[in-house]
Design a protein around this ligand. Structure first.
Ligand code: SAM
Length: 266
């Protein structure tokens, strides 16, 4: 098993998908999401951007079987909208704990697969495959293969959606030095494998497939918790940010943190 896979499996089985002292959120979310009151509506609407892409009605799309790769425990209510349009949902994760938790949140007609995405080798089976904030936690040398595995798993005319992090976001420039210092001192609890290729990396797939990239969210919890206050002014800033992302998608994609990659198999 690759080092990254081992690291992620251990982290999510032992810590990431556990809750501390009756916390409302999993440790993963406590560490890496902005769950403050002011941010609630913004993060929720950003998650629904992906639901809107999945559910927008296109004649060619059959809504029979979906697969979420690196599904986690289906930790946010909005995520259910990624699956509800499909007759049956499959969930794949390297962490058994993720799947045990997901079982409590999924619909009855669901199947759970404990496997590394690197080994995933179904062919022409799914009407939709989703990989939400998981690919950049896989080994940098495996990521291309995982994208290829997922495309192979799609039926023709179906789509793959991947949410990914922008390596060269404006925030990564601003926080370059502070982040290096933070990484040096950060606790064992937060050390999980992470590698992001630049946006240009995706071009390799556009030669064979119809590929589109959309902004998902310009700001991650690191920046928002530090820069935006948890009060009515903060809420206004988040509202404006969401409006900005819709109005200036190109700018938001290249400056911001998270984006959605859509790959259509012909
Ligand atoms: C950051 S979490 C995201 C979970 C979920 N998609 C979400 O957005 O809440 C990453 C998930 O990917 C899973 N994962 C990491 N590497 C994997 C691999 N090689 N194969 C399958 N799942 C993997 C982890 O176990 C974890 O549940």
């Amino acid at each position: 098993m690759a080092k990254a896979d081992k690291n992620l499996k251990e982290f999510y089985n032992s810590k990431g998908w556990h809750k501390k002292n009756n916390d409302a959120h999993y440790q993963d979310s406590v560490l890496w999401e902005d769950n403050r009151e002011a941010a609630k509506e913004y993060v929720s609407k950003c998650r629904l951007r992906l639901a809107n892409k999945i559910n927008k009605n296109e004649k060619y799309c059959d809504y029979s079987l979906s697969l979420d790769v690196g599904c986690g425990p289906i930790q946010y209510e909005e995520y259910k909208q990624y699956y509800n349009g499909f007759t049956e949902n499959h969930f794949l994760d390297i962490s058994q704990k993720a799947l045990d938790e997901a079982r409590n949140n999924a619909r009855p007609n669901s199947k759970f697969i404990c496997q590394s995405a690197v080994k995933f080798n179904e062919k022409n089976k799914y009407d939709l495959i989703l990989c939400n904030h998981a690919l950049y936690h896989m080994d940098k040398f495996d990521q291309k293969q995982v994208v290829r595995n997922m495309i192979s798993g799609l039926k023709s005319k179906s789509k793959l959606y991947i949410t990914y992090t922008n390596r060269y976001s404006i925030w990564n420039f601003i926080f370059f030095l502070p982040q290096k210092i933070f990484n040096f001192f950060k606790s064992e609890n937060r050390r999980i494998y992470f590698y992001t290729h630049p946006i240009s990396w995706w071009k390799q797939f556009s030669k064979e497939y119809n590929l589109k990239i959309y902004p998902l969210r310009t700001i991650s919890s690191r920046e928002s918790k530090l820069l935006i206050p948890d009060n009515s002014i903060g809420k206004k800033i988040f509202t404006y940010l969401y409006y900005f992302e819709d109005k200036y998608p190109e700018l938001s994609l290249y400056l911001g943190t998270y984006y959605i990659v859509e790959i259509k198999k012909e």
